[in-house]
Design a protein around this ligand. Structure first.
Ligand code: F6R
Length: 614
């Protein structure tokens, strides 16, 4: 999704802006631009497509451009108006003295635009953002004070925004503000930064502060002043960011996605560290405040999430219901928010989100909070909006994930669900001690098993090559691995654009079987356990329709060799834990197919890492 960077200091601004935008590229975008102050004049440089196109434009004019020590930059993911240079940010007012960049959606832009047009403003784009540039210019004409102009403008804006603004007549100053969209300030020596996410500033400073909703910061090279919407001064609370820039390097892998898949054994160890100490000690989740009394009063759990996080949540349902005996409902956040949801103070509502900034999930948890539910957030970003609004937190510790396709954050979410379910089961006393100890032991052994898959991936590479020319793909499973089938299909479709679908194997004969013939690969997830034989029968049915059969299994059953054209064998694991192992070959399969097809693996078309609009 869109990304913002702003710089005011003593260095060449454009270099810092372009580097910052590059580190936000992973969020997904279709155009980019910067506004600089060159010889006292605000000038814009914009390009459609990849950042390289903007870099080329900058390079051609570099001797002039490099003079500017102030600037704002943006990568845009189109919402209002097609991807084009005219719609790319920054946007300006009529006279071009105000330049702004914006993330989010201005909901009342049509009314504002009509009003501003009636006052003589000429619009050059189809965006909602341009209204804000004109609005700020009109407020500046009245007040001659940029901070006040921004404050007054935001009082008329409805919707979500993170804004960074500069004005030709206000030297060396950037004003920035936010509502329901993240914005972070970075503090340097004789220079200050503003960005929509930490990767854009981490290589320059580790001293940062998150702006709260409706706060306005005025940045100069040596000062940062923050006020709230009532003009009260907000003291600076600068924190030191824990992140290392090295985390953003590919470390020799061809793509971030491949690197992140390979990080998963360490991620599992990270998530377990400090929480699962020994198999006979209870799980400790410090930021979860659910005690026995609260848990006894719970009548249900609702989990809200989107995309890959939704699949982790679906597995979470299986695990929690199995260990804790509490009914769990899972729903896509975007569905949860526009109906009469039955939620009360005895419902625990869990929000799952790698970014912690997904607009639909934020809306869902706020809705549940209003109804009195305890809100528990499972997120990879303990600094995110969701984490800050949570009553209880389970930070998943996957480190920054750059590839748009979530892999290691999904793994970390799964492990967090195992820990959470065991934690609740231990508090409630709902699970047999021996079973618990076996499960903890298996969790500790999981990283080695993932490692084994990662060191023997030639078979998966060969299967990927063989099936990369197919137009469709079906993934089937049952029980706890049904969400694994959905996630395997999602990974494949989002990075290879192959039409991949996950089905419950039992549902095949109720419709999807009509699609089967020798042009359809069917990958069956066949993990040993309750539903193994059932899936085997479903696979026979598919085979009888000439489908091209692939198995993913932890079984060494010889009869599979007759039924399946290709078999991906993985280490043996208990059924309840199997989703954490079975997903790894599916991530690799999707990766190698996309890589073989020459797709832009880390930044698939139309997708964004952090979906901050509803
Ligand atoms: C797919 C993917 C998305 C996200 C979804 C929710 O690989 O990453 O489906 O899972 O957009 O995002 P978060 O988890 O940040 O709420």
């Amino acid at each position: 999704m869109c990304g913002i960077v702003g710089y005011v200091g003593n260095k060449t601004a454009v270099n810092i802006l372009l580097d910052g935008l590059t580190s936000l590229e992973y969020r997904g975008y279709d155009s980019s631009g910067v506004a600089l102050n060159i010889d006292g004049k605000v000038q814009l440089f914009k390009a459609q497509g990849k950042l390289k196109n903007l870099r080329d434009i900058v390079e051609k004019n570099y001797s002039d451009i490099s003079k500017s020590t102030i600037g704002i930059g943006h990568i845009r993911w189109a919402t209002h108006g097609v991807p084009s240079i005219a719609n790319a940010h920054p946007h300006t007012c009529n006279c071009g003295r105000v330049a702004i960049v914006h993330n989010g959606i201005i909901e009342n832009y049509k009314e504002l635009r009509a009003k501003l047009e009636a006052q003589g403003c000429t619009f050059r784009s189809q965006t909602d953002t341009e209204t804000v540039a004109h609005l700020i210019a009109s407020k500046f004409a009245q007040t001659k004070d940029l901070t006040e102009a921004v404050r007054l403008a935001t009082m008329e804006i409805e919707g979500a925004y993170a804004l960074a603004v500069m004005h030709q007549d206000v030297k060396n100053t950037i004003v920035a503000t936010r509502r329901n969209a993240p914005l972070v300030i970075g503090f340097g020596e004789g220079e200050n930064f503003v960005a929509s996410d930490i990767p854009a500033l981490i290589q320059y400073t580790k001293r940062a502060m998150y702006l709260e909703d409706n706060q306005i910061v005025t940045l100069t090279p040596t000062e940062a002043k923050i006020i709230d919407s009532e003009k009260n001064i907000i003291p600076l609370k600068i924190e030191t960011l824990p992140w290392e820039p090295v985390a953003l390097s590919k470390m020799g892998y061809k793509h971030f996605m491949l690197k992140e898949i390979h990080e998963q054994p360490d991620i599992v160890r990270n998530v377990l560290t400090g929480k699962l100490k020994t198999i006979d000690e209870p799980i400790s989740l410090n930021e979860v405040t659910l005690d026995v009394k609260k848990l006894k009063e719970l009548n249900r759990i609702q989990i809200v999430a989107c995309g890959t996080s939704l699949h982790a949540a679906m597995i979470g349902k299986y695990i929690i219901e199995d260990f804790c005996g509490i009914p769990v409902e899972v729903e896509a956040s975007s569905e949860y928010i526009y109906r009469k949801t039955i939620t009360d103070e005895n419902t625990l509502v869990i929000g799952v989100s790698q970014s912690g900034e997904t607009a639909d999930t934020i809306t869902a948890i706020r809705l549940a909070k209003k109804k009195g539910s305890h809100i528990l957030i499972v997120t990879n970003r303990p600094d995110s909006t969701m984490a800050r609004e949570a009553d209880s937190l389970v930070p998943v510790n996957a480190g920054i994930e750059v590839s748009v396709a979530a892999t290691k954050s999904y793994m970390a979410q799964l492990i967090s669900f195992y820990l959470l379910a065991i934690y609740i089961a231990e508090v409630k006393g709902s699970i047999d001690t021996k079973e618990l100890m076996e499960l903890k032991h298996e969790l500790i052994l999981l990283p080695q098993k993932i490692d084994k898959i990662l060191t023997h991936k030639e078979n998966i590479q060969n299967i990927a090559k063989k099936f990369s020319s197919f137009k469709d793909f079906i993934f089937v499973a049952r029980g706890i691995n049904f969400p694994t089938a959905l996630e395997g299909a999602l990974k494949l479709k989002e990075i290879s654009y192959i039409n991949a679908t996950g089905y419950s194997a039992g549902e095949l004969k109720h419709g999807p079987i009509a699609m089967l013939d020798d042009t359809m690969p069917v990958l069956a997830i066949l993990m040993k356990g309750k539903v193994y034989e059932k899936i085997l029968s479903n696979a026979e049915e598919a085979k009888a329709r000439n489908a091209r059969m692939i198995a993913l299994t932890d079984s060494d059953d010889k009869k599979l060799d007759e039924l399946f054209e290709n078999i991906i064998r993985i280490p043996e694991i208990s059924e309840i834990l199997s989703p954490a192992l079975a997903i790894v070959p599916l991530q690799l399969l999707a990766y190698y197919i996309a890589e073989f097809l020459g797709k832009d693996v880390d930044q698939p078309r139309n997708l964004a890492k952090s979906v901050t609009v509803e």
